[in-house]
Design a protein around this ligand. Structure first.
Ligand SMILES: CC(C)(COP(=O)(O)OP(=O)(O)OC[C@H]1O[C@@H](n2cnc3c(N)ncnc32)[C@H](O)[C@@H]1OP(=O)(O)O)[C@@H](O)C(=O)NCCC(=O)NCCS
Length: 154
């Protein structure tokens, strides 16, 4: 069997990618950002993002915003059938380059305490737990705790 390895490309997220991001969010069960909020985020200048293509197919993205010297990761997802292949790590590490080039000192983010794989993923990226955010997420099952995670670069 011939197994073709598709080329990976990473592009900066543009306003024209918003509907694509919404589809990726939906397919990855990461419905954190609506269309209007995404457009506002990208237009006001504080938000930025990356989209990862495998061949011609967009399979993952990361969105962040700058707050003073920090970078907050707002959303990150890889399509389920492309997970556990190192693509989330590639996106996260690419975003980390903005920390170094932008003279920023910290990445932080919030994650649902029940999101086991995201918690393991972020730990593998070097993030540490700062505090528990009690009843932070409203879900169909009721209110769930979040965790504030952070990684400091100094
Ligand atoms: C979290 C997410 C982005 C990780 O993307 P990914 O491409 O699968 O991650 P990687 O392949 O780069 O994994 C890196 C490491 O994270 C950990 N990890 C990732 N997925 C894991 C899983 N399902 N189970 C256990 N560990 C996991 C492992 O340590 C892994 O390294 P390894 O494969 O060498 O053991 C992906 O699972 C996802 O899109 N989840 C749904 C959306 C989501 O929850 N986003 C985060 C919201 S805050």
């Amino acid at each position: 069997m011939v197994c073709k390895k598709e080329k990976i490309n990473i592009s900066r997220l543009k306003l024209t990618n918003v509907s694509h991001i919404l589809k990726l969010q939906e397919s990855s069960d990461e419905n954190s950002w609506g269309k209007e909020s995404l457009i506002h985020l990208l237009k006001d200048g504080s938000g930025s993002g990356l989209i990862l293509y495998k061949g011609a197919l967009g399979v993952g993205y990361i969105i962040a915003r700058t707050i003073q010297n920090d970078l907050e990761i707002l959303s990150l997802a890889v399509l389920p059938e492309h997970q556990r292949m190192g693509l989330g790590s590639i996106l996260f590490k690419e975003m980390e380059k903005c920390i170094i080039s932008g003279n920023r000192t910290k990445i932080f983010l919030e994650v649902n305490n029940n999101n086991r794989k995201a918690k393991i993923f972020y730990k593998s990226m070097g993030l540490c737990q700062i505090k528990v955010l009690e009843k932070y997420y409203r879900t169909d099952e009721g209110k769930e705790d979040g965790l504030l995670l952070s990684k400091v670069y100094i």
